[in-house]
Write a protein that binds this ligand. Structure first.
Ligand code: SF4
Length: 137
């Protein structure tokens, strides 16, 4: 049924369907994949991945999760990014401090640079593995 994707995205309202045209507003899209799952015609496609957000809530202090990397598509990169976030926290957290507070105190850019570096290293390692596998064929 045409427009199933837009109905699946009713909360975010990221999809606009006009005759012969479908538009996804990248600023509204949170990459949840509901539109892909809803499309029986296969017009909406995508692949599974991990959308990592960093933040959290502690008592009345709310720090909405923020994405620090693009979507991660493999477990090697996933673990590199998570390890980098844990290392950052171990290195910079003050006693009893939560990760969101550490990031806020030191600045988002430094944290993002840390995990982004791990993401890029993971992507490079994955690409290297893929290339060496291709070379063996
Ligand atoms: S991925 Fe989620 S938020 Fe993005 S367009 Fe599809 S349903 Fe909407």
């Amino acid at each position: 049924m045409a427009g199933a994707c837009a109905r699946a995205c009713a909360k975010r309202k990221a999809i606009t369907v006009e005759p012969g045209k479908l538009t996804v507003d990248a600023d509204r899209c949170i990459k949840c994949g509901k539109c892909v799952d809803s499309c029986r015609k296969g017009a909406m496609t995508g692949k599974n991945g991990y959308l990592l957000t960093f933040g959290g809530t502690f008592g009345s202090v709310v720090s909405p999760g923020r994405s620090a990397t693009p979507i991660v598509f493999d477990k090697t990169t996933l673990f590199r990014v998570v390890d980098a976030a844990i290392d950052y926290f171990e290195r910079y957290a003050e006693p009893k401090e939560r990760l969101a507070s550490t990031i806020k105190r030191r600045g988002w850019d430094e944290f993002q640079e840390t995990v982004r570096g791990a993401f890029e290293a993971g992507e490079a390692a994955r690409d290297g593995t893929a290339n060496s596998a291709k070379n063996r064929l």
